[in-house]
Design a protein around this ligand. Structure first.
Ligand SMILES: [Zn+2]
Length: 356
């Protein structure tokens, strides 16, 4: 594989410049060494005009600032693998292990009450947040839809993934890749996709805490790798309710865990059987407004999601939209908060309240 772009990395992962990443994306060498861009060597050969040299130098500097990949994976290791998007049934569940939640990195308890549906941004800021759920129940290994991640990287589209703890356990390397990528934010999605609105007491806390413990494990193991030296990754701060459902007890438990509950104002319904890429793309493009949060799936359940994004991303950009992580949206504006959880309208998650 041709390793084309390497850049120095001074990196705090969560504050990269907002710039479309040059293609190809995240080309990384496993040896952990950074190399000067070939652009630099070609630069010396340019004799045409001083202006051309200056422009190319500037372009190289901007590119270096915009694309700081940790050198932990080869391009092949990052790329989508055929079949990885498919789910596998398990005969017995993967049990959470690890330290008690108290032993994990504490997160500040400044989360707002209620659930964030979207963010009100200052005039002229036309960013939106694409979010992707990585749901996995206790008796399956759900998929990893690398086509989506590859596309986001190639297009330099910032995005947020809400990963289940069980998913992180069964996709340890993929979870680490997402966490390490400065283009992305990772939030959590409960341990095994149980509906928090039907849980209480220890079960409720365990569903949240087990995912926090798993995320902390992935994060600390990642940060211990030599290739991550000098890179900072903030602890997970955002939470997405499985099934989009919650009740008062669930809201209290999520907030007590120091997490901000993030829902959406645009739900294209990408897991719906038979839905086409054009229909998903049309909902995204027509329904977003600045500060919108779009819910999609990257665990293989959104079978047409990658194709839909290939249609929607250029169309959104043509309409002046740009992309931000949830953390960035929240930092830029005021969250619009609902006291209840719902998909499209209050009450529409009640159908998910069967015992699980
Ligand atoms: Zn889910």
């Amino acid at each position: 594989m041709d390793l084309t772009l390497f850049h120095t990395h001074d990196g705090v992962k969560n504050e990269p410049p907002r710039r479309r990443r040059a293609s190809p994306p995240l080309v990384i060498r496993a040896a952990g060494r950074y190399h000067a861009s070939p652009m630099k060597t070609s630069l010396t050969r340019i004799r045409h005009t001083m202006l051309a040299s200056i422009l190319l130098t500037l372009s190289s500097v901007v590119s270096a600032l915009a694309d700081p990949p940790p050198a932990c994976w080869s391009a092949e290791a990052l790329a989508a693998k055929p079949g990885e998007e498919r789910a596998i049934r398990l005969t017995s569940p993967v049990e959470p292990t690890g330290d008690a939640p108290a032993a994990t990195t504490p997160v500040p308890r400044d989360a707002p009450r209620g659930v964030v549906r979207r963010v009100r941004l200052p005039d002229g800021d036309r960013r939106i947040a694409l979010t992707f759920d990585l749901c996995e129940s206790a008796r399956e290994i759900a998929g990893y839809d690398g086509r989506i991640v590859d596309l986001l990287r190639a297009e330099g589209v910032r995005a947020t993934f809400f990963a289940g703890g069980h998913w992180m356990r069964t996709h340890g390397e993929r979870a680490a890749q997402l966490l390490a990528d400065p283009l992305f934010e990772v939030g959590q999605h409960g341990w095994s996709h149980r509906n928090l609105a039907v849980l209480g007491g220890d079960d409720l806390r365990r569903e949240i805490d087990a995912a926090t413990v798993e995320a902390a494990r992935v994060r600390s193991e990642l940060l211990a790798r030599p290739c991550m030296a000098g890179v900072a990754i903030a602890p997970l701060k955002s939470f997405r309710y499985p099934f989009g459902d919650c009740d008062d007890a669930a809201q209290t438990a999520v907030r007590d865990a120091g997490l901000t509950a993030i829902q959406w104002d645009v739900a294209p319904g990408d897991p719906a059987p038979g839905i086409g890429a054009r229909a998903i793309a049309r909902t995204i493009v027509n329904d977003v407004r600045p500060g919108s949060i779009v819910v999609l799936h990257a665990n293989g359940r959104g079978r047409r999601t990658a194709e839909a994004l290939a249609i929607a991303i250029p169309e959104l950009r043509a309409r002046g939209y740009a992309f931000a992580t949830i953390r960035e949206l929240l930092a830029a504006g005021e969250p619009e908060i609902e006291t209840r959880c719902f998909v499209s309208r209050p009450g529409d998650t009640l159908r998910y309240r069967r015992a699980r």
